[in-house]
Write a protein that binds this ligand. Sequence first.
Ligand SMILES: O=C(O)CCC(=O)C(=O)O
Ligand SMILES: [Fe+2]
Length: 375
Amino acid sequence: MSVTKLELRTALGPVYRDVLPYEPRDCTPDEIPVIDLELMFSGELSDRKKVSSAIRAAAVNNGFFYIKNHGIPSQTIERCKGQILNFMRQPLEMKDRIRSHKYSKYYNGYLGRRKAQISPTETADVRESFTFRYSPELDPDHPKDISEVPEEIRRWIRGEDFVWEGTEHLPDFKRDCVEYWSSCLRLARKLVRIFALSLDLDEDYWDEKVTYPGADGVFNYYPTRTQEEIEQKFVGLGSHTDLQLFTLLWQDSVGGLQVLTREGQWIRAPPIDGTLVVNIGDYMMRLCNDIYKSTVHRVTNESTQERVSMPFFFGLNFNCVEGVVPSCTSDLNPARYEPISCGDWCQMRFKMENEAFKQKEAQKLMAPSAVVISG
Ligand SMILES: O=C(O)CCC(=O)C(=O)O
Ligand SMILES: [Fe+2]
């Protein structure tokens, strides 16, 4: 059996995962379970611990699970999805008014079709995206003007206003996007407590470290592929792991998300009505000394329908320098990672990805007759 190596980017250089030589198949309910969050909202610690054990079991297995009864109203989701379509269906020059490569210091704004490549060994991504990042005035739990944020955290705040200024012509766009993002942020602050319990830490272990957290709202739009893109096997979004503690992901009913199991088999994670997907990010994997694995995933868009997904990437306050947590080490299993701030961790990888892409574009310009198929 010939196993291939998949190269992935991390802030500290490439890592590799084995891939088995079989076609993707549907997942089983054990591989990507559906976890009911109802008891997370209970006042009884023993109830919350039931949820945390289910999460632990999923996190040590494939690191991917669905959540139901998560508390985000379906109208909030639908309104936000409608706004993404309003934005994405505009002519390119309107979207380019908030073009990330031109206007953003921190990777906010619009990224066009094939204007990024998340996987070093696959094609550019057909996905288009709109990104906005944590701003204290949008925080649903304690909105604050940026001037009130402590100085050591303020320099890590990554929100930028141009994304809202350049979308003011779309009625209620900001309101509906922020409503969804705020609901995700509230949910993530609850879930991070359950994650703490799941690692035998006190429930409030990270509470003080998620006051101005990494909270990136990204809205993905996968247009249907052109004939040329189909022939050249363009990916929707190439194979990657997410960066922070965990990701909450809503996907519409089109499908296309695939997950690499621990054994190296690609499995499909189909849309399930009323659920969000949760997956472990690289920063969490570091903090728990690899007990939880950040999960490799990718999106193919073979459908003849456009697709929308809405990930929310959640991490610690970007100034927090955090190492492996005490419950995940022992004499026999010492910490495998040095402490690093969540902000540096993210910044380094974003920069690396962006620079690699620019370099590839520059090479294409130098040899315009060359057809770059992939890689
Ligand atoms: O579109 C999806 O289903 C997944 C998106 C994703 O993995 C990402 O944006 O990091
Ligand atoms: Fe992802």
